[in-house]
Design a protein around this ligand. Structure first.
Ligand SMILES: [Zn+2]
Length: 204
């Protein structure tokens, strides 16, 4: 691995190396290939339950809370208890778009791969920009899982190339099937924002 393929910050490299490992594990060979978290989830023994399957077991009040009043207060959840076959049940917020669900699921997958142990039902609470909106969480663990997941979805080396080619974050987001906010976040934490401003924003 060449150092030019890794982000300039120490933290960024820590996340990137693990993200590259995950992409290898998923069988991806090119850095600009789209990663499908739903396929990777199977290797991580995560069972992603479609919300319709859970819905009949929920009370009207709970449904109202999850899908209406509190729909922006959660992005996904994992049951801390494993199922008899060793897999873990995940639920994704069905009111969120596919690209946002991809980021949430990647975060859950990274928790598993990094061996983070949830003490109880763990709920992902992130807004569109990926910022945590809950009070009760372990900041380091959450940052690690989210950052590795985001790096696996949008690898640094291909992101850098795209930014240098003058691609917009919207185009990059479409390429990787993620939200524009996630690409903007990746550009910023990868210290590519200056290049992006010069190559892309100045021409808009
Ligand atoms: Zn998390």
């Amino acid at each position: 691995m060449k150092t030019s393929e890794l982000p300039p910050t120490r933290k960024g490299r820590h996340f990137e190396i693990r993200a590259i490992g995950l992409r290898d594990f998923a069988g991806l060979t090119r850095d600009d290939e789209r990663l499908n978290p739903f396929e990777l989830a199977q290797y991580a023994k995560l069972l992603v339950a479609p919300f319709e399957k859970i819905e009949p077991f929920l009370s009207e009040e709970t449904k109202q809370q999850l899908l209406k009043d509190g729909r922006d207060a959660w992005s996904g959840g994992a049951c801390s208890q494993t199922l008899p076959d060793g897999s873990k049940l995940i639920i994704l917020n069905p009111t969120h778009g596919e690209n946002r669900q991809n980021a949430t699921l990647m975060e859950e997958i990274c928790h598993v791969f990094m061996g983070h142990k949830p003490s109880r039902l763990s709920v992902e609470n992130r807004n569109k920009q990926g910022k945590i909106i809950a009070r009760d969480y372990n900041q380091d663990i959450e940052e690690e899982a989210y950052s590795i997941g985001a790096a696996a979805l949008v690898p640094y080396s291909s992101l850098k190339r795209f930014v240098e080619q003058g691609k917009t974050s919207r185009e990059i987001a479409r390429h990787f099937n993620v939200s524009r906010e996630l690409v903007d976040y990746r550009i910023k934490v990868s210290r590519l924002w200056e290049t992006y401003k010069k190559n892309v924003l100045s021409g808009e």
